[in-house]
Each structure stands twice: as structure tokens, then as C-alpha cells.
Design a protein around this ligand. Sequence first.
Ligand code: FES
Ligand code: FES
Length: 147
Amino acid sequence: MSDLELTVNGHSYDVRGARVGISLAQVLREELGMTGTKIACNEGHCGACTVQIDGVPTLSCITLAHAVEGEVTTIEGLREHPLVDAFVQADAVQCGFCTPGQVVSAAALVAANPTPTVDEIRHHMAGNICRCGTYPRIEEAILHWRD
Ligand code: FES
Ligand code: FES
């Protein structure tokens, strides 16, 4: 057990007695109640657990919470991002399980490159798997996120 300080969505949190080896995804969901971050494969393969650390998309299921040094942004911190509406408008959500990770990844992309090409979108989003196959609609949402 070891205390843990995290900055998430602009707020500082002290997590008392976090067990050593706990993942960032588990801390977010179980200790901080931020269940928007999903855990699917829990092995770093699917992207469902994607958060940003200092703006960089990061797989929180394979990130040790005690090793986090930067500021964490989760889907809860992106509620007002225009991409959320763009996903809805493009009907890019089916079951919705992958959607938080998709939006977190896409937000990092458009922050660095507001007008990505389809190839750039595909390259950047390659780590985010959608079992419902909404990829064309996700691409549409990212292409038109500012409309
Ligand atoms: S749950 Fe983290 S990559 Fe799949
Ligand atoms: S919308 Fe169902 S997994 Fe992507």
C-alpha cells in the first residue's frame, strides 16, 4: 500500500493506501469513480481505456498508477469538447463501449492537428478498436468535428 497523488481533469486527488501495482484505469474507476474510462482487454490491445497524460494518448490499463507523473485527462474532462457532439451527429456510437477511448484519442489528434486527413486519422486511431465497426463514422466525426 502506498499513497498516491494524481492530477485528473485539473483537480488534485490524494488516494490513500493505493496498492502497489494498481493500474491507472483501476484507480480512475474504483478509487475516483470515473467510470467513463473503460476496461475491456486489460492487456493494452484495444484502446478502450485510453486517457491522456499531458495530452498524449495513454493506455491506462497497462499504466502503473504510481508511475504517472503528468496531468491525466479522462473522458469526464472532455464533456464539453466539440468532438462529443460530432460523434453523436455522425452516429459514430453503436454500443458505445469503445467511444470514450475513441473520443480521448481523437481529442489528442485534433489538438495537435485540427484538420487531419483520412490517412492521418486512420494512423492515429489505429489503436482504438471498435467491435461494432463504426470506423467510417468515427472518421466522419473527426473530419467534421468543428462544423
Ligand atoms: S482495456 Fe486497455 S487497451 Fe484494452
Ligand atoms: S461502438 Fe460498440 S465497440 Fe465501438
